[in-house]
Design a protein around this ligand. Structure first.
Ligand code: NAD
Length: 270
């Protein structure tokens, strides 16, 4: 298992939910945690927790929808903390409404936060990883990046893109024989609050996941260099299911309750 000791781990959306927990776990296992977020109050609180637990942490207000801000903040991190060894693209948003009820601005923002920002952060930090001959890029996608479902059209589009981004980047890094690892993370719903109100029809097969357990699985996967984290394992069954006719696939997914999961969605804005 690779150690976090002496590593710099940058986590976007590090102020709350999964990002906050991953930062705390990496920060208290020897990494210098660098948190980027737009929520300054939550950033300060997350940093306080890591310091209180004996970890090293730095925080930056960085809106990942702003490409130039990403590049400028990356430069500041390089100066203040040093080269980033582990980049975790975790910041994410969800509208949770039928496609036509989302404004153009909301749709654009989903793509800007959930996928375009990955382009800019990887452009900002990958060259240093190549020079250092090691590094790790973690993409927090979603089970919504494996199966599309109702009221998540923009979200699924962005998460399928994130899944593809990781896969193609991994291929390119391997082809170039670069010692840089990637991990893609595809969890079903987690109790962070981002998807507050969602329901699952078969909790034994598709449980609402516990945020601490998911964060622990991701951090361990990063330490082990594991390429893919899909939770729960039942989500894997959707891949062989793609071999059957689309009508059957759609019927099974609906039967599993996936297309009604968002019916009582409140999210963070309730
Ligand atoms: N919660 C779930 O059920 C679930 C399931 C699968 C995947 N995910 C993914 O996991 C990741 C983390 O989600 P979470 O549940 O911890 O959500 P969260 O809402 O608790 O955390 C997201 C963080 O991203 C930050 N953020 C949002 N927009 C930003 C921006 N423009 N610039 C910088 N920071 C920004 C928020 O301030 C917040 O701190 C997301 O990518 C999400 O899509 C979540």
């Amino acid at each position: 298992m690779e150690s976090f000791s002496g590593k710099v781990a940058l986590i976007t959306g590090g102020a709350s939910g999964l990002g906050r927990l991953m930062a705390r776990k990496m920060g208290t296992r020897g990494a210098h945690a660098v948190l980027w977020d737009i929520n300054d109050q939550a950033l300060a609180k997350a940093a306080e927790e890591i310091r209180a637990a004996g970890g090293k942490v730095s925080t930056y207000h960085c809106n990942v929808t702003e490409r130039e801000t990403i590049y400028a903040t990356a430069e500041k991190v390089r100066r203040d903390v040093g080269n980033v060894d582990i980049l975790v693209n975790n910041a994410g948003i969800v509208n949770g409404k039928p496609f036509l009820e989302c404004s153009d601005e909301e749709l654009r923002r989903t793509m800007e936060v959930n996928i375009l920002s990955h382009f800019w952060t990887v452009k900002a930090f990958l060259p240093d990883m190549i020079k250092a001959k090691h590094g790790h890029v973690v993409t927090v996608a979603s089970a919504g990046g494996i199966v599309g479902s109702a009221k998540l059209v923009d979200y699924s589009a962005s998460k399928f893109a994130a899944f593809g981004f990781d896969e193609a980047l991994r291929a390119e890094l391997k082809q170039q024989r670069l010692n840089i690892r990637t991990t893609v993370v595809c969890p079903f719903f987690i109790n962070t609050g981002m998807f507050a109100g969602v329901k699952t029809r078969f909790p034994l097969l598709l449980p609402i996941l516990n945020e601490d357990e998911v964060a622990e699985r991701i951090v361990r996967a990063v330490a082990r260099g594991k390429e893919r984290v899909i939770l729960p394992a039942f989500v894997y069954t959707t891949w062989p299911l793609r071999l059957v006719p689309v009508k059957v696939f759609d019927w099974v997914v609906t039967l599993l309750g996936v297309n009604n999961a968002m019916d009582a969605f409140r999210g963070r804005h309730s």
